[in-house]
Design a protein around this ligand. Structure first.
Ligand code: NAP
Length: 484
């Protein structure tokens, strides 16, 4: 059997490493050097169809295993990922750009996700429901939803597939995963862990290729019973429309535009440190990245000075080099979009306090200087469109109700952050903010056992936690009439 370590990196369908029909390939580019890292097989609808058929064929045997046997595969996958964290992290950094330390943290989080769902699969409990008519009995059973089509983006190329593969397999579903075209290589290494851990042929299939074509097959093939998508709100909406034809089950993890609100009772320098950590992680290319910073007027000056100082001190460079804290952006297009957002902000009166331009220290690579802005006009694009960029726009406020209104004045509702030591303020903010995830003094709130997902146009459903398992289960209700 050819393996994924052959020169051409292949897809994996029905237990075989395979090339695309017609032999089509695509280059994977290192965003720090612009060099080609590898060629990958690049397919589309025919490969997606074959993969769905393989997953359908593999489903009866996989769902008949006990959750305890399925857990062994998931737990072993977690162990293998931990053993190989250095190798997978290097691949992740080379194709995605984030510093190796961040890449390692991502892989360990993904390994924890596999281990957690190995256990949670054992808790897919039904219920016995009290009857109201004598002689009747009512129960619910949990049933795997069926073959899952999963689509993921490039910003967390190991964690995000793990959030779909682990619960789907734990629930007894089989899956076809389509990673982003920029970052298929670490997904191949994750798949190798699953296969060595004992995932049978057809249970996990990997299709690399055109997003829209593969998405169409997931939507239109009746053997595919659920689509789980993480990506932009625009594509999520298209898929939601397409899912209507077959009433396809849908989980959507979409964009965000998180407020970060700084109250005056706590040390603004500590707040600025937390804010900078949350903002520039993965270059701001994080769905839950804070992207509108509301700072109370009483601490605005101190917070601003500290935020500028911390942002300037961040070490920008190739993520494989020691000590680098911020790598390149994913591609030229993303960097150009950032330049456009800053130009627009400047035109509408914003001041650039630091950064604001492509870094000129590197001959190659998509580097952008960590940027802090203030004096923003409320209708500047950076405050209304998801920025997905290393830019920190500073705003101010003086009253709790006003800042809740301003923070909620967006079509997004994924995450929100509050910096305070005042318990009453923290509680009122947690109740008042329209967001699925709220970090109180915590810029990195995701954990495998806690629900992750958004309100409003940030998505539908939750990943991780017990909700993340339920997303791959149907509830069957069974009613009995007993003999007298
Ligand atoms: P994107 O353009 O929506 O792409 C995401 C994935 O969808 C890629 O695999 C892409 O394939 C595929 N795709 C593109 N068009 C498609 C279509 N018409 N039908 C089916 N699939 C399609 O998103 P992105 O800009 O790469 O990723 C960043 C976005 O993801 C941001 O909005 C971010 O907030 C969001 N995100 C959300 C979460 C969350 O948990 N809520 C987590 C991470 C990221 P190709 O690679 O072939 O283009």
């Amino acid at each position: 059997m050819a393996t994924a370590t052959s020169a051409l990196q292949r897809m994996y369908i029905d237990g075989q490493w395979t090339e695309a029909e017609g032999g089509r390939t695509k280059a994977v580019i290192n965003p720090a050097t612009e060099e080609t890292l590898a060629e990958v097989a690049y397919g589309g609808r025919p490969e997606a169809r074959r993969a769905i058929e393989a997953a359908h064929k593999a489903m009866p045997a996989w769902m008949k295993l006990t959750p305890y046997d399925r857990a062994k595969v998931l737990k072993k996958t977690a162990d293998l990922m931990r053993d190989r964290v250095d190798t997978i992290a290097k691949t992740l950094t080379l194709e995605q750009g984030k510093p190796v330390a961040e890449a390692k943290a991502e892989i360990l989080h993904a390994a924890d996700t596999f281990e957690w769902f190995a256990e949670e699969g054992k808790r897919a409990y039904g219920q016995i429901i009290p009857h109201s008519v004598p002689g009747k009995r009512h129960v619910t059973l949990k049933h795997p939803v069926g073959v899952v089509g999963a689509i993921t983006p490039w910003n967390f190329p190991v964690t995000l597939p793990a959030r779909k593969i682990a619960p789907a397999l734990a629930a007894g579903c089989t899956i076809v995963i389509k990673p982003a075209e920029q970052t298929p290589l670490c997904m191949i290494q994750l798949l190798e862990c699953l296969l060595e851990a004992g995932a049978p042929p057809g249970v996990v299939n990997l299709v690399i290729g055109e997003g829209p074509a593969i998405g169409e097959e997931f939507l239109q093939n009746p053997l595919c019973r659920k689509l789980s998508f993480t990506g932009s709100t625009a594509v999520g909406k298209q898929l939601m429309r397409g899912a209507a034809d077959q009433v396809k089950r849908l989980s959507l993890e979409l964009g965000g535009h998180a407020p970060f609100i700084v109250f005056p009772d706590a040390d603004p320098e500590v707040g600025a440190k937390i804010a900078v950590t949350g903002k520039f992680r993965n270059n701001g290319q994080v769905c839950i990245a804070p992207s509108r910073f509301y700072v109370h007027k009483d601490v605005e000056k101190k917070f601003t000075e500290a935020a500028v100082e911390f942002s300037r001190a961040l070490k920008l460079g190739n993520g494989v080099e020691p000590g680098v804290e911020v790598g390149p952006m994913i591609e030229e297009r993303a960097r150009d979009k950032t330049v456009g957002l800053i130009d627009d902000a400047r035109k509408t009166g914003a001041t650039v306090l630091t950064g604001g331009k492509k870094s000129d220290r590197f001959a190659k690579g998509f580097f952008f200087e960590p940027t802090v802005l203030n004096n923003l006009s409320p209708d500047s694009k950076i405050l209304t469109e998801e920025p997905f960029a290393p830019v920190m726009p500073l705003l101010n406020f003086s009253n709790l109700d006003d800042v809740i209104r301003a923070a909620n004045n967006t079509r997004y509702g994924l995450s929100a952050y509050v910096f305070t030591n005042d318990l009453s303020i923290a509680w009122k903010m947690a109740e008042g903010l329209e967001a699925g995830i709220i970090g109180i003094n915590d810029p990195v709130p995701a954990a495998p056992q806690c629900p992750f997902g958004g309100m409003k146009e940030s998505g539908l459903g939750r990943e991780l936690a017990h909700e993340g398992l339920e997303a791959y289960l149907e509830t069957k209700y069974v009613s009995w009439k007993l003999k007298d």
